[in-house]
Design a protein around this ligand. Structure first.
Ligand code: TYC
Length: 102
């Protein structure tokens, strides 16, 4: 019978045997219509970036076609995608936000 102190029965031991949860990159995709200023405001509002950082990331997306906004566990990443997508829709911009396993 396992005792209270058998390490194989403790929650701590079981957690250490699990793989860490997969992480997801949340990304913005470039398009020809969403105003640069709107993208900067999205990066500040939903990803907690400074204005300076948000401008850098927006320009990277503008020049390279896509860019990473942050790395999150799956449910947090999915919520960011949903929030950004509905905010863009509300403002009638075609801005696309997607997630991808890291
Ligand atoms: N390409 C857009 C423009 O020139 C700006 C833009 C940047 C749009 C990043 C989307 O994810 C984006 N107005």
């Amino acid at each position: 019978m396992a005792t209270k102190h058998d390490p194989s029965t403790t929650l701590e031991k079981q957690e250490s045997r699990l793989k860490p949860p997969p992480m997801y990159q949340v990304m913005l995709l470039n398009d020809d219509f969403t105003p640069m200023e709107f993208v900067v405001s999205v990066l500040q509002k939903f990803f907690g970036m400074s204005r300076e950082r948000a401008v850098q990331v927006m320009l990277k997306v503008h020049r390279e076609g896509r860019g990473v906004c942050g790395l999150y566990p799956r449910d947090v990443a999915a919520t960011k995608v949903e929030q950004v997508s509905s905010y863009a829709r509300e403002h009638q911009h075609p801005l696309q936000c997607v997630m991808e396993e890291a």
